[in-house]
Design a protein around this ligand. Sequence first.
Ligand code: GLP
Length: 242
Amino acid sequence: MAIDPASPVPKYAQLRDLLLDWIVESGLSVDDPVPSERELGTTYGLSRMTVRQTIDLLVAEGKLYRVPGKGTFVARPKIEMALALASFTEDMRARGYVPGARDLTRRIAPAGGGTARMMDIAPGSPVHYIERLRTADGEPMAVERSNIPLSIAPHLDAFSLSERSLYAILEEEFGIILDSGEQTIEAGICEPADAKLLGLPPGSPVLSMQRRSFANGRCVELARSTYRADRYQLHSRLDPHL
Ligand code: GLP
C-alpha cells in the first residue's frame, strides 16, 4: 500500500495506518525496531517532518516507543482496564502482572464538602485519605487517591497497603464486601507531580477515574485515580440496547 496524495486523510495519518498494518503483517513483536524516519520517508515518499509527526502520534498513542540514540521500537500492547468492581490487585493478577503499591500519603483528615457530598457523609467527618502509586511488574501504572470513612474501618491505618490489597483488608479485617459501584472515566492531562511519579513526560495523556464503591447502600470508598493512557485502554462488550 502507498500514500494516496488525493485522499482527504492527512498523509501523516495515512502513514500511521500503513505502519500499524505493516508491523502486524511483518510479524514484528514487542521491542522490535521499526525503520528509521529517513528510511520511512524514502519508502513512502514523505518528508522527514511528516514521518516525525506520524511517529510522534504513535508514541503518544503508546504503540511505539523511542530510545534516544537507538531508534524507535514496538511497544507492549496496552492493558485492558476491567470495567468491573475489581481491585487493582485482582485486575492485574488476572492479566498476568504482579501488582504492587507504594504508599505516598496516609492520613486521617476531615472530609471536604465535595468529598462528603459524594460519599453521603457529614462534611468534616473523618476519612482515611490514602494516596498510592500502583505498579504492575514494578512499573508505575497509576496514582490512586482513596477516601474511606473512619467510622466503617476505624483502624485501617494499622494495616500496610504495600503488602496487601485494600479491598482484601476491607473484606478480611472489617467484613466489608463491596456490592455495587459507579465509575466515571475521562481523558486528562497528567499533573506535573503525577507525571514524575509515573515516569511520564509532563502533559502526557492520562485516564482520570472517579469511583464510588458501596456495601449495603453505604459509600465505602471514593477514589480518584490517574492511569497512564499509554499503557491502558478501555474495553467493553456492547449490548444491543441501553
Ligand atoms: C481499583 C480502584 C480503586 C481501589 C483499588 C483497590 O484500582 N480504582 O478505587 O482503591 O482498586 O485495589 P487494591 O485492593 O489492590 O488495593
